[in-house]
Unconditional design. Structure first.
Length: 311
């Protein structure tokens, strides 16, 4: 019998790839979207669309839930209104999901929720070695508090008998969304730039492995709690920028001073200027095998499928 996934945030970058792969493998998808008509066009007629979880009957059969919903963190400045939106776009859907789980006659077995490496914040002292999932948060830093809240909401489902996995996603690289298309265009035009010192760690992950880790989390009963969804190879922001440029036969010679980023972006600049080395310890220990464990191979595969540079 094919499995049925309930996916929030199904029209997002990772969500679209997950839906496509699950359908290819013979599964069924129920997707939550604020604009169900648009989402239906985007995801296809095979997907059952919902604009509200309240529309699901108590008798609905759902094998697993994947919670990916949430406004994009890197965007407009983190004003009070923007912070409230970032929190509520995740918390509100999580609470609606909790309400659904409580009333279902038969509950799903597992919930996989998208957290982020922002959980670790920007510590005052750089760690001596790559952090595993036991690394501490940084209370008082917005990105860390946001991720801690996401995980707290998700882990509440354990009280309803679900196994919960919180994927702390790094920078996901793929075509058609996320940071890569704009970064690739800049690199092809010779405009790739080192940000600040460039020594800050940049934890990355190929889209294929982001989807693979979601599926691995769903299928691995022993896996629960936080999982660093990052590739095994650790690199700095400068190394990433130079490798990205090299994947298009270019060099990266520009540099953006940290002060300029802080002036223009405020605390949000820490997403670009901060970063600690992370290890995907839980993923590896549970038997996951990365398709793209090294940056060079991931960037080469992406460059091969990139759109031609304009002009």
């Amino acid at each position: 019998m094919s499995s049925t996934l309930l996916i929030t945030g199904a029209t997002g970058f990772i969500g679209r790839a997950l839906v496509a792969r699950h359908l290819r493998e013979g599964g069924q998808v129920i997707a939550l979207s604020r604009d169900a008509a648009r989402a239906q066009q985007l995801l296809g007629q095979q997907v059952r669309m919902l604009s509200r979880l309240d529309d699901l009957p108590d008798s609905a059969r759902i094998d697993a839930c994947v919670h990916l919903a949430g406004a994009r963190v890197l965007g407009p400045p983190w004003s009070a209104a923007r912070r409230a939106l970032l929190v509520q776009s995740r918390h509100g859907v999580a609470m609606a999901l909790q309400a659904l789980l409580k009333r279902l006659h038969e509950r799903p077995k597992v919930l996989v929720a998208a957290s982020a490496i922002g959980y670790y914040g920007n510590p005052a002292l750089a760690p001596a070695a790559a952090l595993d999932e036991r690394g501490p948060p940084q209370p008082g830093q917005f990105q860390s508090d946001l991720c801690a809240g996401i995980e707290r909401d998700a882990l509440a489902a354990e009280g309803l008998g679900l196994r919960v996995v919180c994927l702390r996603l790094g920078v996901v690289l793929g075509q058609g969304g996320g940071a890569y298309p704009a970064q690739a265009l800049a690199a092809r035009l010779g405009l790739g730039a080192v940000l600040g010192s460039g020594q800050q760690a940049l934890a990355w992950l190929h889209l294929d492995d982001a989807v693979g880790l979601v599926q691995h989390a769903l299928a691995t009963p022993a896996l629960r709690g936080p999982v660093n969804a990052v590739a095994p190879e650790v690199c700095s922001q400068a190394e990433f920028t130079r490798a990205l440029a090299a994947s298009f036969g270019r060099r990266a010679w520009l540099r953006v001073p940290a002060a300029a980023l802080r002036l223009s972006m405020g605390e949000m600049s820490e997403l670009l200027l901060g970063g600690v080395p992370l290890a995907p310890a839980a993923a590896l220990q549970s038997g996951y095998r990365f398709r793209y464990p090294q940056l060079e191979g991931a960037l080469a595969a992406l460059a091969a499928g990139a759109e031609p540079a304009p002009g």
